[in-house]
Design a protein around this ligand. Structure first.
Ligand code: NAD
Ligand code: WQD
Length: 339
């Protein structure tokens, strides 16, 4: 099996490359390194003891992307896993056009080039953000979809583009994977999440407090309708998420058309439970203060992952302590990320 991974140098992409190489599959990465470092790919190779091919290519650069497909035309890709995209919700509100251009146009160019080379199997990184504020929990794939920010809109629009593409040509096979909250790192501590500047997401913020780079965690609201009043999310270990992609590829090759799966654990944890988890694992006090709610946040969100379990034979295996331990090992061993 030969897989093209867009955005493969990034957080989820690098962990998926490890899993793909461990399957014995051939991996080709395209990434413009706009939010990542090539070092992550070198570390993927040292973790697995296997080689991958890297092209520093922007999806927006049609000529270069076409050249990558030409380069590999003697043995075409069996499937593409499409991670490449910008992902910061707050930034997307400030610079929406950059998000639409990069995420939507980048995907359109990719799909057109795939079409040209008759590579028609794709796994797309979608997000639980497409469910908006769900009326009930847990969230099933057939729940209504709505988004509240440009980042989320790019995910929903790409899902719709892919569905229209299939309607026009049913030789495409498309998996829409809706990730819940990916956290954790490879157990080696060699690869992990490397946010730019002050992290927006809870777990990298907590680990930066634990390592002494930040003073305290701001808990965004303790007056939600949840057991302890703080926001509840379905945190999933990034290696479990990577394994979900491995199970999805053979499914695509059975010509399923368009399939949609939640990748989550089915459990929700609060902000305070996450802080307590890290205190347990790091054996450090993690100071926090209660701050006002963050605009756009919902109270609670967790997946019903049973569809993926039935169809793919996949389920998340790792515990909250595994997530905390591995995030902490990565942060402790790499206080400045890949720099
Ligand atoms: P990331 O930023 O670490 O990885 C994305 C990669 O894409 C980066 O290496 C970046 O350099 C590359 N990239 C961006 N634009 C590109 C372009 N035009 N051409 C080539 N490469 C480009 O993000 P991640 O956390 O690994 O997320 C991967 C995917 O999963 C994204 O599509 C994201 O929206 C989606 N997702 C992430 C989360 C999350 O919380 N991390 C949750 C749900 C969905
Ligand atoms: C988790 C919880 C916060 C930071 C985001 C995107 C979503 C998806 C995953 C890509 C919430 C609270 C956070 C902090 C806090 N990404 N929090 N203090 O918002 O669930 O999801 O990342 O698709 O689209 O919106 O994740 O980690 O930012 O927040 O109290 O400093 O932690 O209020 O309850 P979120 P998060």
């Amino acid at each position: 099996m030969k897989i093209l991974v867009t955005g493969g140098a990034g957080y989820i992409g690098s962990h998926t490359c490890v899993a793909l190489l461990n399957q014995g599959w051939e991996v080709v990465v395209v990434d413009n390194l706009s939010n990542s470092s090539e070092l992550s790919l070198q570390r993927v190779e040292s973790i697995t003891g296997k080689h991958l091919t890297f092209h520093r290519t922007d999806l927006l650069d049609r000529k270069s992307l076409t050249a990558v497909f030409k380069d590999h035309a003697h043995q075409p890709f069996d499937a593409v896993i499409h991670f490449a995209g910008k992902k910061a919700v707050g930034e997307s509100v400030e610079i929406p056009l950059a998000y639409f251009h990069n995420n939507i146009t980048g995907t359109l160019v990719l799909l057109e080039v795939m079409d040209e080379f008759s590579v028609k199997n794709i796994v797309f990184s979608s997000s639980a953000t497409v469910y908006g504020n769900p009326a009930t929990l847990p969230i099933r794939e057939d729940f209504p979809l709505s988004v509240t920010n440009p980042y989320g809109r790019t995910k929903l629009m790409i899902e719709e583009i892919l569905k229209d593409l299939y309607l026009s040509d049913n030789s495409w096979n498309i998996a829409l994977l809706r990730y819940f909250n990916p956290v954790g790192a490879h157990e080696s501590g060699l690869i992990g999440e490397d946010p730019n500047g002050i992290p927006n997401n809870l777990v990298p913020y907590i680990t930066q407090v634990a390592v002494g780079k930040l003073d305290k965690v701001n808990v965004f609201g303790n007056d939600y309708n949840t057991p302890d009043g703080t926001g509840v999310r379905d945190y999933i270990h990034v290696s479990d998420l990577a394994a979900g992609h491995i199970k999805t590829i053979p499914k695509l090759l059975t010509n399923p058309g368009v399939v949609t799966y939640n990748l989550g654990t089915g459990r929700g944890n609060s902000v305070l439970e996450m802080i307590a988890g890290f205190q347990r694992v790091c054996k450090k006090d993690i100071p926090f203060v209660i701050s006002p709610r963050r605009a756009g946040d919902i109270a609670a969100c967790w997946a019903d992952p049973s569809k993926a379990e039935k169809a793919l034979g996949w389920r998340a295996e790792k515990s909250l302590d595994d997530m905390c331990r591995d995030s902490w090992k990565w942060q402790k061993n790499n206080p400045n990320g890949y720099q």
